[in-house]
Design a binder for this molecule. Structure first.
Ligand SMILES: C[S@@+](CC[C@H](N)C(=O)[O-])C[C@H]1O[C@@H](n2cnc3c(N)ncnc32)[C@H](O)[C@@H]1O
Length: 219
């Protein structure tokens, strides 16, 4: 286990070179991202935050799908943020997107983005890389507007894979500091219960990827 202080530099080391071919390679195995974006369904002029936004790929697609929304992204890797900023400018949506450097486990959205709440927050393949991911999920729910929802997509428990393939995949993911969160659904249920929120769970691709949605009720 690495400490929080080392986590940003670690992510920069992981992504310094990979960020240049990240989107081209990840489309084959970061499955479920597009269905997750399709399910965001924000209010027409709503606000959307991605925690751990990486190269900005998801924010660009969300911007296309929901053209009047305001978009926000944060990440702990300067390297990833540099790529995200470039891609977002190239996509022509620079004016609608604000990016910030921050640790998902302790950020103040008012300081970073000048707003306290978001209509939608999503976390795509980042809970499997964040040691304090449960705190991140708890805090994200606290940053939701009334009727807001938090959408998480990540690796599932891979239970349908043959044992040998599952072990090989876990080893490979570990090289990249990725740990599938097999208790993601249980943790989402518990956090939903604490916050009087409704929790949805979806398994895709025979459990390869999981989506969970924590939806706040109106106050
Ligand atoms: C596997 S990438 C996913 C990127 C993007 N969400 C996607 O779906 O393509 C994980 C991202 O989470 C970021 N990350 C990891 N730990 C973080 C933390 N504690 N706070 C903010 N971002 C973090 C990494 O820097 C990286 O950009």
């Amino acid at each position: 286990m690495f400490t929080k202080i080392e986590h940003g530099p670690l992510m920069d080391r992981v992504y310094r070179h990979q960020r240049h071919f990240y989107d081209a390679t990840r489309k084959y195995y970061l499955l479920g991202r597009d269905p997750m974006i399709a399910g965001l369904n924000p209010p027409e002029r709503g606000s959307i935050l991605e925690i751990g936004c990486g190269t900005g790929r998801n924010l660009i697609l969300a911007g296309e799908a929901y053209p009047k929304t305001s978009l926000y992204g944060l990440d702990i890797s300067h390297e990833m943020l540099a790529t995200a900023q470039k891609k977002i400018e190239a996509a022509g949506i620079g004016k609608r997107v604000k990016l910030a450097y921050a640790d998902a486990a302790e950020f103040n959205p008012q300081v970073l983005f000048g707003r306290r709440h978001f209509d939608r927050i999503f976390i795509s393949y980042a809970v499997s890389m964040i040691p304090q991911w449960q705190t991140v999920v708890e805090q994200a729910v606290g940053h939701l507007a009334p009727n807001g929802s938090l959408h998480i997509v990540d690796f599932g428990d891979l239970a349908d894979l043959p044992t040998i393939a599952r072990k090989a995949l876990y080893t490979w993911l570990d090289w990249y500091h990725v740990t599938p969160r097999n208790d993601l659904f249980d943790v989402a249920e518990a956090i939903g219960l604490q916050n009087n929120a409704i929790v949805h769970k979806q398994q895709l691709y025979r459990g390869f990827s999981w989506i969970t949605i924590i939806r706040r009720k109106s106050v």
